[in-house]
Write a protein that binds this ligand. Structure first.
Ligand code: NAD
Length: 249
């Protein structure tokens, strides 16, 4: 029997990059997968692609900055597949680069709304559904910038630190109800999120990783899916790096 047979997973930001790789891996391992994204067309394409391999998959338009949209997406998941067991709160944006003293307030608000409030809104609605299903697991996508600083990205860094704290607190609250909640801290990963980086910036990012390259979405997905699996049954409330050695020095 496939590892995730009979389990339903919701992946926010599932239409691209890391989220898409997680959705694929979960579907391959037998989960029914809902690809939730505010890019509805890409979410539909992703779900159709998963479905064409024989997996149970569906797409839903969800904007994680809007609690009503998140609530509707979780409801859609339960109505479509009967329950929610697993969630990956992965939707995120990068924001522009500027020092704190010049960081545009509207960009701060947008990045924090997506990368931090979006994770809260998602858990706010996922947790009652997961508890109702008898338990499960959540992975929140933080970053190496969930514990390290990074000049020029105050909103992103603050939001990703916030995700780590939120993850630990929620894990304490829900461990006794059979819900494990963990955070993943990827190094810089070669996804569309970095599409705006010029070649020089890209070389600089690569140089920050002792492994000598950026990571792949699939490498982040492997850790994420492990944390969702029964193999991780004693792993609660912790933050796990997949960063090519970025944080080791
Ligand atoms: P990506 O741009 O390829 O994918 C992000 C997805 O999230 C997109 O499909 C986008 O449409 C969706 N999204 C954005 N805002 C949304 C919203 N408000 N509601 C719903 N969906 C929304 O990026 P990625 O690199 O795969 O990033 C995924 C996660 O991993 C993000 O949280 C990011 O911060 C984190 N991360 C990325 C890197 C990296 O270097 N790429 C490193 C560490 C952490």
């Amino acid at each position: 029997v496939a590892e995730f047979a009979g389990r339903t997973a919701l992946v926010t930001g599932g239409a691209s990059g890391i989220g898409l790789a997680v959705a694929r891996l979960l579907a391959t391992a037998g989960a029914a997968v809902v690809v939730a994204d505010y890019d509805e067309e890409s979410a539909r394409k992703a779900a159709a692609q998963l479905g064409s391999t024989g997996a149970r998959a569906a797409a839903v338009r969800m904007d994680v900055t809007d609690p009503a949209s998140v609530e509707a997406g979780v409801r859609f998941t339960v109505e479509t597949f009967g329950a929610l067991h697993l969630a990956v709160n992965n939707a995120g944006i990068a924001g522009p680069s500027a020092p704190t003293g010049a960081y545009p307030v509207e960009d701060w608000d947008r990045v924090v709304a997506t990368n931090l409030s979006g994770v809260f809104y998602s858990m706010r609605h996922e947790l009652p559904a997961i508890v109702a299903a008898g338990g499960g697991a959540i992975v929140n996508m933080s970053s190496i910038l969930g514990t390290n600083g990074f000049a020029g990205s105050p909103a992103y860094v603050a939001a990703k630190h916030g995700v780590v704290g939120l993850t630990k607190s929620a894990a304490l609250e829900y461990a006794a109800q059979n819900v494990r909640i963990n955070a993943v801290g990827p190094g810089f990963i070669d996804t569309p999120l970095l599409r705006n980086a010029d070649p020089q910036a890209r070389e600089h990012l690569i140089s920050l990783h002792p492994a000598g390259r950026l990571g792949t979405a699939e490498e982040v997905a492997e850790l994420t899916v492990f944390l969702l699996s029964e193999k991780a049954s004693f792993i609660h409330g912790s933050y796990h790096l997949v960063d090519g050695g970025y944080s080791a020095p």
